[in-house]
Design a protein around this ligand. Structure first.
Ligand SMILES: Cc1ncc(COP(=O)(O)O)c(C=O)c1O
Length: 474
């Protein structure tokens, strides 16, 4: 094929169609997608550049117009291009650098082109068609009052749908009256911090953003030691935290489940001290070894607050989370929400309610479970082949895995990945500053984050960044 696309009409575009950029398919469309992506990633096609119309490019390259149109659509869906009626197809601002994961919350500077930062699902798999169908049904059927000022607890339609789903799928014991809708689990945690105050015990490795938001809400965090059974309840003789924040189904980030003896120990701790256990069930839908663990909340609904979110199961852009509350905490949370709090858009709540009730949520989660499980299997198999000295730890669950690295190599590995254009976070990002345990060096690999078309390439780059078995300790 000609590398120079040129015709009498339209715009010229140089494309090297021999570059595959890691794509495995040999089709013309795949080559075109790779070539365009590579040109954007390298900076040759800058943000805002208008691409030739699909017809022009098709004539210039001697390929079918549909092939060009499909390639453009794929790159629009991945965020490399934007398409607007009347203004054509352009290279997107920050193309190929979609905001991913925890780091995206803390910086607005453009990041590397590839990302394995944890905290994001594959946003390219958002179920657009089913969501639109739910929105259409829900908004057509909604009563007029749904478009007025909202109820700070959330729409009753959504609370009913969540009560049904959480009881059935996650073993939560609840009814719509004990559910309060929030904008995310982080928002729910912030409301709890403002309501309960005092100090919160947190896992000594955990989401740094949660520690930051607790601090912002005026709460001190006390690290709880993590051992092979998970977190150890705070010492009852020591300082009394008002709450203990846990990730029982899949410890974030280290990846183990909370041992059943610890589950009962935390309930006992709460009963003895009057403290509250906060269960962050951020990825409980995704367990791949057929041993799903029900919610801890099911053991003690009066001692445990259950926090759930659409962030991992659907999209962080939906901005819907939910709290299942013990009876005696509901008024306090509603008081903190107050009348000025901006609750979640009622139209999104109604759409999600329909999405859950119609079975679309279950279908989406089951489809994504298969997809993420494949990704995890591919990651494990690729590492076993290319980096057998690097061990994947934690259970087969969720959207991230921890890679144990040879001692002293974490910082250099993260730096090497960054230099190769890959964002990945080291385990120590998640360590509480006062933690007693120092875990081995590691990477927290969010394998849900890349789009499926970039997954193989992203894992290849990760393997290039990993230390060799005998890397010198810097
Ligand atoms: C441990 C943990 N909890 C919760 C969340 C989801 O947070 P949110 O619902 O605030 O988006 C994440 C996602 O990054 C997480 O890693």
């Amino acid at each position: 094929m000609e590398p120079w696309a040129n015709s009498g009409l339209g715009r010229d575009l140089h494309l090297d169609l021999t570059v595959s950029g890691g794509a495995r398919s040999s089709g013309v469309r795949a080559h075109l997608v790779s070539a365009l992506r590579e040109s954007i990633r390298s900076g040759r096609l800058a943000a805002g550049t208008t691409l030739p119309a699909s017809r022009t490019l098709a004539v210039d390259l001697g390929i079918a117009r549909n092939t060009v149109a499909e390639a453009y659509s794929e790159l629009v869906a991945e965020g490399w291009l934007t398409a607007r009626q009347g203004s054509g197809t352009r290279v997107a601002d920050r193309a190929g650098q979609p905001s991913h994961g925890p780091r995206a919350h803390t910086t607005s500077s453009p990041g590397p082109a590839l990302s394995l930062a944890p905290g994001s699902p594959d946003v390219g798999e958002f179920p657009r068609t089913a969501w639109i169908a739910s929105a259409r049904r829900a908004l057509s059927a909604a009563p007029n009052e749904a478009f007025g000022h909202g109820d700070p607890r959330g729409r009753i339609e959504l609370r009913r749908a969540l009560a049904e789903y959480l009881s059935r799928a996650r073993g939560v014991r609840t009814d719509p009256e004990h559910i309060v809708v929030s904008a995310s689990s982080g928002h729910g945690l912030w409301l709890l911090a403002r309501s309960l105050k005092g100090a919160f015990a947190v896992e000594e490795y955990g989401l740094h953003l949660h520690r930051e938001l607790l601090c912002d809400a005026g709460v001190v965090t006390i690290p709880m030691e993590l051992d092979s059974r998970g977190a150890r309840p705070p010492d009852v003789g020591g300082r009394r935290p008002s709450a203990a924040l846990l990730t029982p189904a899949h410890q974030f980030p280290t990846g183990g489940p909370l041992h059943h003896s610890r589950r009962t120990a935390f309930v006992e701790w709460a009963r003895t001290t009057g403290g509250i256990v906060i269960e962050d069930d951020y990825d409980g839908e995704f367990r791949y070894d057929r041993q799903p663990i029900g919610a801890l909340q099911g053991l003690a609904p009066e001692q445990v607050v259950y926090l759930g979110t659409a962030t991992k199961s659907l999209s962080p852009a939906i901005r819907v989370g939910w709290m299942v509350l013990p009876e005696n905490l509901i008024d306090g949370i509603l008081a903190v929400k107050g009348i000025y709090e901006r609750w979640v858009s009622a139209t999104d709540q109604l759409t999600l309610a329909d999405f859950a009730e119609s079975g679309a949520f279950d279908r989406h989660v089951r489809r994504m479970r298969t997809s993420y499980r494949r990704r995890r299997d591919t990651l494990v198999a690729t590492l076993a082949e290319q980096a057998p000295h690097v061990h994947v730890t934690g259970i087969a669950a969720g959207l991230h895995a921890v890679l144990e690295l040879p001692e002293g190599t974490e910082t250099a590995t993260v730096a090497r990945a960054t230099a190769l254009g890959l964002e990945v976070l080291g385990l120590r990002t998640f360590r509480h500053p006062d933690a007693v345990t120092n875990r081995v060096d590691g990477l927290v690999v969010g394998y849900g984050t890349p789009s499926s078309s970039l997954f193989a390439e992203t894992i290849d780059v990760l393997c290039q960044a990993l230390p060799t078995p005998h890397s010198p300790i810097p």
